[in-house]
Design a protein around this ligand. Structure first.
Ligand SMILES: [Fe+2]
Ligand SMILES: [Fe+2]
Length: 356
């Protein structure tokens, strides 16, 4: 039969030691080591380990707490049994507090010893397997934590890649739309570079007004795309040399809404869409498409409206072969301040117009 456990005897009295060793050996379940002094006993414990140690009280009398601590240090699960010459309840009570597992009297019958061994060593086996399980759990936890960190890092990497992809996609879209807008400008050779010039003027005004860089960038994009909706208007109207009929004007007036509709699905152009829609609104509410008034019109759209009008006057158009002189165009802007244009922005415009 395999050994169920090991027992270390640290007993000074050789006769007693031999006697107890014999009793335990006869049980046929335990391996027994024996030492006659504490130092040798502790050394055996350190080298071979044991499930249960029986120590003669005389050997620990001087420093029970220190000895128990030393044994715990060598093997935290080793069970301690103290062997008394005769019953001493007070000492047992003290030692119990220190963690001594059980007490024996040298004259006690072998059954009690067998009982203590059986019960104690089963407990020790349980303790050891609990500890093993706990250590295993701890190790699994550590592995999980490591896995977790790895996952977090992977998610971070994936997010960075995604943002980069999104950025690429965004700029590809933007480029495509800009090409489209330039194509609209190019359709009418009179309005060639119109959007580009409007963007330049708007940025000048916005810079003078100290608008945040983010807003200026949005305005610049809106300018480049502001007449995109003209894509939906036929050449017969867009390039008409003679005066437009009311119905034809009606068609032209649809371009801010058509442009906004084209750009709407592009969520990254969120702020731009509304600027495109509002770029023909008049300060006094007489503009289109919604007849918005005053501060109900986006500040950016009010700026674009002035720059757009000034740029149109300063360039040749199909219906007006010669552009207006600078002074004439400025006069026209002034004349419409407070009606078509926001007077505060007209003031800024007048301050920067020389650099345009
Ligand atoms: Fe327009
Ligand atoms: Fe325009």
């Amino acid at each position: 039969m395999d050994n169920f456990g090991s027992v270390l005897l640290i007993i000074e009295d050789r006769v007693l030691s031999v006697n107890i060793k014999k009793q335990i050996t006869e049980l046929g379940r335990y391996e027994v080591f024996a030492d006659t002094d504490l130092a040798a006993g502790l050394k055996s414990l350190e080298q071979k380990g044991c499930d249960l140690a029986v120590i003669q009280r005389e050997l620990v009398k001087d420093d029970t707490a220190g000895t128990v601590a030393r044994i715990r240090e060598l093997d935290p699960d080793c069970l301690l049994v103290v062997l008394f010459d005769k019953k001493d309840r007070a000492a047992e009570k003290e030692m119990s507090k220190l963690g001594v597992y059980a007490f024996l009297e040298s004259a006690e019958n072998p059954d009690k010893l067998a009982f203590i061994l059986e019960k104690g060593i089963s407990r020790r086996v349980l303790l050891a397997s609990n500890r093993k399980m706990y250590l295993g759990l701890e190790e699994s936890n550590r592995a999980l934590e490591k896995q977790n960190m790895l996952l977090v890092r992977r998610v971070e990497e994936a997010t960075t890649n995604l943002s980069r992809l999104y950025e690429d996609l965004r700029s590809t879209y933007l480029r495509t739309i800009k090409v489209l807008a330039q194509a609209i400008d190019a359709r009418d050779h009179y309005t060639h570079s119109h959007s580009e010039n409007v963007a330049r003027f708007v940025v000048e005004i916005a810079n003078y007004m100290k608008l945040p860089a983010k807003d200026i960038e949005m305005l610049r994009q809106a300018c480049e795309l502001h007449d995109l909706g003209k894509i939906g208007i036929g050449d017969s109207i867009l390039l008409k040399v003679s005066e437009l009929t009311p119905d034809e004007w009606e068609e032209i007036r649809k371009h801010p809404v058509i442009g906004a509709r084209i750009l709407e699905p592009l969520t990254f152009l969120d702020g731009v869409v509304e600027l495109v829609r509002q770029h023909h609104e008049h300060y006094d509410g007489s503009g289109y498409p919604d007849g918005r008034k005053g501060s109900d019109i986006l500040l950016g759209a009010r700026i674009i409206h002035i720059a757009d009008a000034y740029e149109a006057m300063r360039s040749a158009r199909s219906y007006r072969k010669k552009p207006l002189f600078k002074e004439e165009a400025i006069l026209e802007i002034k004349r419409n301040s407070g009606t078509q244009f926001d007077p505060k922005i007209v003031d800024v415009f007048l301050k920067v117009v020389d650099s345009l």
